[in-house]
Design a protein around this ligand. Structure first.
Ligand code: DON
Length: 317
């Protein structure tokens, strides 16, 4: 995109984003806040906030932009990148596959049904648990510190931290994730103890952010691993390519095909109602709206991104 296209887009966003947010907000009524993690049930169902950041760090934001939430599954994109940086592709892809499942994000069906019993991809829960075990560190505490340091650097926000209430709530009620992890242990995917791996997994899911943090993190992916604001490479190009490919094929779970058709951008959702997406080589985008559809994606968030993609012809196709 040249400078004049950017100027036109930016003006349109400044003029209309608030009104588009208002229109999409009506779709919060079509969804429900996640409640299987009790602490997430306290989220406000009618919130919708979005932040769009350009390569100079300018932002256009609208709606409930001060709202704080936890990364949940969005964290899986960045732990995948960190695991790749720590181990390389060969080791990572001996523990997780590269294919979408078509099943729910917390499904364990294919772990037993399909040989060799490794998770289909790193963005479903089973895959992300396997990835957590690959983060460098001698103890879970060291692994968690490493993840926090990496996320703080990508978000350019040293204050990012774990929301302890969400962590505890998630840990206390994670019966399904525990069964997934025991299954993985039995299949030889996890080297460490199940409780240790899960502590790392729950911790990164519970890192608290706002829309600006998400947009900032997305900006680095949009620019293929270079932070355009600090003019610094933070992630090798190849690992961003891998992460964005998974976001495109699996990032919105078993609604990834529909999202690819209607929005056409790499994206990752979390059960906090958050979505991180980007316009490649242009903008980082972070949004939150906790009311979810049946597949675990934000109803108003998906609607708003569809509107933006249509308005600016952002689809990659
Ligand atoms: O393990 C879980 O269930 C959550 N910590 C993360 C799931 C999630 O965000 C799925 N996203 N749509």
């Amino acid at each position: 995109m040249n400078q004049s296209e950017h100027t036109t887009t930016w003006k349109q966003l400044n003029d209309h984003l608030a009104e588009w947010v208002l229109a999409s907000k009506a779709h919060t009524a079509d969804g429900h806040v996640a409640s299987y993690i009790p602490e997430l049930a306290n989220a406000s169902a009618d919130v919708l906030g979005i932040c769009i950041m350009d390569m100079d760090g300018n932002t256009v934001a609208a709606g409930d932009t001060g709202y704080h939430f936890t990364l949940q599954s969005i964290s899986k994109v960045f732990t995948l990148i960190l695991a790749l940086m720590d181990n390389g592709e060969e080791i990572v892809f001996s523990k997780v596959g590269m294919e979408p499942t078509g099943d729910d994000f917390n499904s364990m069906l294919k772990l037993e049904l399909v040989e060799p019993g490794i998770p289909f991809n790193p963005l479903i829960n089973a895959g992300a648990i396997a990835i957590s075990s690959l983060i460098a560190g001698n103890t879970p505490a060291e692994q968690i510190e490493r993840i926090l340091a990496f996320f703080r650097n990508i978000a350019d926000n040293p204050a990012l931290d774990i929301n302890k209430d969400v962590f505890k709530s998630e840990s206390d009620t994670a019966h399904r994730n525990r069964s997934l992890a025991y299954f993985l242990k039995d299949n030889g995917v996890l080297d460490q103890e199940v409780d240790d791996v899960l502590r790392v997994y729950f911790s990164h899911c519970s890192i608290q952010v706002n829309c600006t943090d998400l947009a900032r993190m997305a900006l680095v992916l949009a620019h293929n691993g270079v932070d355009p604001i600090r003019n610094q490479r933070l992630i090798p190009r190849r690992f961003v390519q891998i992460a964005k490919t998974f976001m495109f094929t699996c990032g919105m779970y078993n609604a990834s095909g529909e999202f690819a058709m209607n929005v056409g951008l790499p994206a990752k959702s979390g059960v906090s109602g958050s979505i991180l997406t980007m316009v490649p080589r242009r903008y980082g985008i972070g949004l939150v709206s906790p009311a979810l559809n049946r597949k675990g994606n934000s109803t108003a968030g998906v609607h708003l991104l569809g509107k933006l993609s249509q308005e600016f012809d952002w689809s990659l196709f």
